[in-house]
Design a protein around this ligand. Structure first.
Ligand SMILES: *Cc1c(COP(=O)(O)O)cnc(C)c1O
Length: 400
């Protein structure tokens, strides 16, 4: 989008229209201001930019390819392409912002990185960044997710991170964020909270978006080089919304590109059985920012569920909330069953095992391909599915 979009949103107080901001306790206000000022200064510094570029190229293995799905397109119609963030080091898009956040932490003289994790992808990415920069790392994770995402727990431990199990509430992502915030509040001077998506108080939604923009910038250029045009439709799954913002930001100005954000429809769209925040939520405040929010009758965050641990969050990025109101992005849902089917389809037709989160985007792309056989569809394949294989096979079995 035009440069002034990024200058305008968020505004200096971190608002995307009415969403975002920084609703934090007084001791964090000062700290958030410090991080914001440091980020504004550093993100313009040649030294910071070239260090991050070099990390992306030599350490992360960027640019990740765009791949045309021959057999999937043949079977369902359309022309389906994948932006292969599953090939980014550590197997998902999350390292894009973790390396940025950790580099900023190093410049701020922080000693320890603290974060939550759902599927464990953010925890692994942050533990990786901590190892790279020689920082300590503390990861908060719900006990339900610890069981479900066991391989990622072991990876984090191998990388040297300390895992803090969270045993209250639903024992998943929202509680992990609560717990990580509490830990950060104890010592905001020497630690920094590295949030895992385009959520949380200002400046995190902006910073994480900016660090993820590389995905869209690369993908647009690669797609154009392969086809001589822009994609008709761009599809990404939306948990907090970082992989979606990463790819969508490159196409916001292109009226001919339709953007599709896909939320987890879970078991059903009944209360407590999904995490379709934008589709069914109402504006509210969670974890220090305003956004669409799934709420109970008291206005507190509602219980949420998805087969994909990385998607089950009752809030969503403030920028998505604004773009929904502006009708710039179409939001839709894919349920557990459709995601599992797509998980196996992509594995068996293309030899690519997607993360369950990403399988939601693939499932929607398949629907679009069936409905519009002439269109080109670019999917952000946000991560690989190795972390999910035991869970999927144990729970759903192998397809016939
Ligand atoms: C964490 C994660 C997501 C969801 O997070 P967003 O911020 O919405 O991108 C999606 N896909 C994968 C593979 C993840 O690890």
């Amino acid at each position: 989008m035009k440069d002034n979009y990024f200058k305008e949103y968020p505004n200096k107080d971190g608002f995307f229209k009415e969403y975002g901001g920084a609703f934090v306790p007084p001791i964090l206000e000062k700290e958030m201001k410090k991080i914001t000022d440091a980020y504004y200064a550093i993100s313009k510094s040649h030294h910071f930019i070239s260090e991050l570029r070099s990390i992306r190229k030599h350490y992360q293995g960027r640019p990740t390819p765009v791949y045309y799905c021959n057999r999937l397109s043949e079977k369902y119609g359309g022309r389906i392409y994948l932006k292969r963030e599953d090939l980014n080091h550590t197997g998902a898009h999350k390292l894009n912002h973790c390396m940025g956040e950790a580099l900023l932490a190093k410049h701020l003289g922080k000693k320890k990185l603290i974060a939550e994790t759902g599927a464990g992808q953010h925890g692994v990415a942050l533990a990786t960044a901590a190892a790279y920069f020689g920082l300590e790392c503390e990861i908060h994770m719900g006990e339900v997710d610890i069981v479900k995402e066991h391989p990622n727990v072991v990876r984090m431990q191998i990388l040297g991170a300390e895992i803090v199990p969270v045993s209250h509430g639903l024992k998943t992502l929202k509680e992990a964020v609560d717990s990580a915030f509490e830990s950060y509040l104890k010592d905001p001077e020497t630690t920094i909270y590295c949030i895992g998506s385009v959520v949380g108080p200002h400046p995190f939604p902006m910073m994480v978006r900016d660090f993820q923009r590389v995905v869209g910038i690369e993908a647009k250029e690669q797609f154009f080089e392969m086809t001589g045009e822009l994609p008709d439709k761009v599809v990404a799954c939306v948990g907090g919304g970082s992989n979606a913002m990463g790819i969508f930001t490159a196409f916001l100005d292109d009226a001919e590109c339709e953007l599709h954000g896909i939320e987890p429809g879970g078991r059903s769209l009944k209360y407590g059985e999904h995490a379709a925040t934008i589709t069914l939520g109402k504006p509210g405040i969670i974890h220090g920012f305003k956004c669409y929010l799934l709420q109970d009758e008291k206005g507190d965050p509602a219980p949420v569920y998805s087969v994909a641990s990385g998607l089950d969050y009752p809030g969503v990025g403030p920028e998505h909330s604004m773009l929904k109101d502006l009708k710039k992005i179409k939001y839709d849902t894919i349920n557990d069953k459709e995601a599992i089917d797509a998980f196996y389809e992509l594995s068996r037709l293309e030899g690519i095992i997607p993360a369950l989160e990403s399988a939601h985007a693939v499932a929607h792309a398949i629907k679009l391909a069936k409905a519009y056989p002439q269109t080109s569809i670019l999917v952000n394949l946000s991560g690989r599915g190795d972390k999910d294989i035991d869970f999927v096979v144990d729970t759903y079995g192998l397809p016939k």
